[in-house]
Design a protein around this ligand. Structure first.
Ligand code: PLP
Length: 411
């Protein structure tokens, strides 16, 4: 049968496909949108585990592999595995630690809310117990490790929303002395500011949805391990649970990664300028920013983060420390975006008490210092003057709106 004998229905399916690859090499990784690969010889060898190659995109994909490779290189690990979201990556990292019923995880009290819920609801349902500690306080971590005998410790490089920096060297030493493994979620710092494996962590996780992608248009996650041994479990979760990173998203994230360095330089500089400005603003009760920590902690910040860079997040507590004032402030913003994410090129704000930390009881939020007037700002790469002007006018409007309300209530 020649192609000319084929029916139009057959041409529609096959024509143009599986042609020769171009002789010139593409200068960037193409989007390999193929779910399947046609080679009996290869499929047989790959299924037999005798050759690394591509047979099915749930198992591996060349565009996703390019993203994994860059993460492996910049975090300095032995194996990297990408997933469809940061949560899928966190699940895989915890799963790879072989947590059996009654095993204990010592988790940071300041973890992203969904990570805490993952531990309590999903791993908790299988009998894994979670205990919490303040990971910005090495003594608290040491005491809880000796009491709870955890198998895994998990924390974030920079905590959410109050931006406490974890002493990864110190915590890794405590974990390893106790025979436990340390997982660090490095999403807030990005690998440009900190590489947790170089400070003793065993696995690093990123929500690639944030700084790695950087443009609010892709979701993904990745785990990088210092130990090649973890590869089987990390890939096993991909194959069996199936939360794979799509090649389309991998391409977007890969493109974002190329500008991570220049974006982070600008994010961090803008954040410093904004934090300094807000510190002198009478309408702001408190500014949380890693540059402003006390002396003992500033040594840790200097050791963990890139020289004189303190991250792209600034949190403020309004002097009028109420939910009404926070909402009035956020509603009044004209340039900055109200967003449930962070790490994007534009400046975005979030109200932790009703968003990232809404599942915590008001009492627990108070214990953690997350009051109703706290707002988290992810500082973008716009002009710092424009960001400051927008936040300044929103603070004024918030002040006058809440003043009017107070006045109205009194009359
Ligand atoms: N880790 C941190 C620190 C986060 O802030 C988030 C999301 O906000 C996640 C993990 C989860 O990432 P994703 O939304 O990509 O699942």
């Amino acid at each position: 049968m020649t192609t000319k004998d084929l029916d139009i229905a057959t041409h529609l399916v096959h024509s143009g496909e599986r042609g020769d690859l171009p002789k010139g090499k593409p200068t960037t990784t193409p989007i390999y949108a193929a779910a399947t690969y046609d080679s009996m010889d290869e499929i047989d060898k790959v299924f037999a585990g005798e050759a690394p190659d591509y047979i099915y995109t749930r198992y591996a994909n060349p565009t996703v592999a390019a993203f994994q490779q860059v993460m492996l290189t910049i975090e300095g690990g032995a194996t990297a595995c990408a997933y469809g979201s940061g949560m899928a990556a966190l699940h895989a990292a915890l799963f790879a630690c072989e947590l059996s019923p009654a095993a204990v995880v010592l988790a940071s009290q300041d973890l992203y809310g969904a990570t805490t819920n993952l531990l309590l609801s999903i791993f908790g349902a299988f009998g894994v117990k979670s205990v919490f500690a303040d990971f910005s306080n090495v003594d608290d971590v040491r005491a809880k490790v000796s009491e709870a005998k955890p198998r895994v410790l998990i924390a974030e490089t920079i905590s959410n929303p109050l931006l406490k920096v974890c002493d990864i060297d110190g915590v890794a030493e405590i974990a390893h002395d106790a025979g436990a493994r340390l997982i660090i979620d490095n999403t807030f710092a990005s690998p440009y500011l900190c590489q947790p494996l170089q400070h003793g962590a065993d696995m690093v996780v990123h929500s690639a949805t944030k700084f790695l992608s950087g443009h609010a248009d892709a979701m993904g996650g990745v785990v990088i391990s210092r130990d090649e041994f973890d590869s089987a479990a990390l890939v096993g979760v991909l194959k069996l649970v199936g939360g794979v990173l799509s090649p389309w998203e991998a391409h977007e994230i890969l493109r974002g990664v190329k500008t991570l360095g220049v974006r982070m330089d600008r994010h961090c500089e803008n954040a410093r300028v904004l934090a300094a400005n807000l510190r002198n603003d009478q309408r702001v009760g408190r500014v949380y920013f890693p540059e402003f920590v006390e002396d003992a902690q500033s040594e840790v910040v200097g050791r963990m983060l890139r020289d004189r860079q303190f991250g792209a997040l600034v949190a403020i507590e309004l002097k009028n420390n109420t939910r009404e004032a926070a909402f009035a402030f956020m509603d009044a913003l004209k340039l900055c975006v109200r967003s449930t994410s962070l790490g994007d090129v534009f400046t975005s704000v979030l109200h932790p008490a009703t968003a990232s930390h809404r599942d915590l009881s008001p009492a627990r939020r108070r214990e953690l210092g997350i009051s109703d007037g706290v707002i988290r700002i992810s500082v973008g790469i716009e002009s710092a003057d424009d960001i400051i002007a927008d936040i300044g006018q929103a603070l004024s409007l918030s002040d006058s709106a809440t003043e009017t309300q107070r006045h109205g209530a009194a009359t």
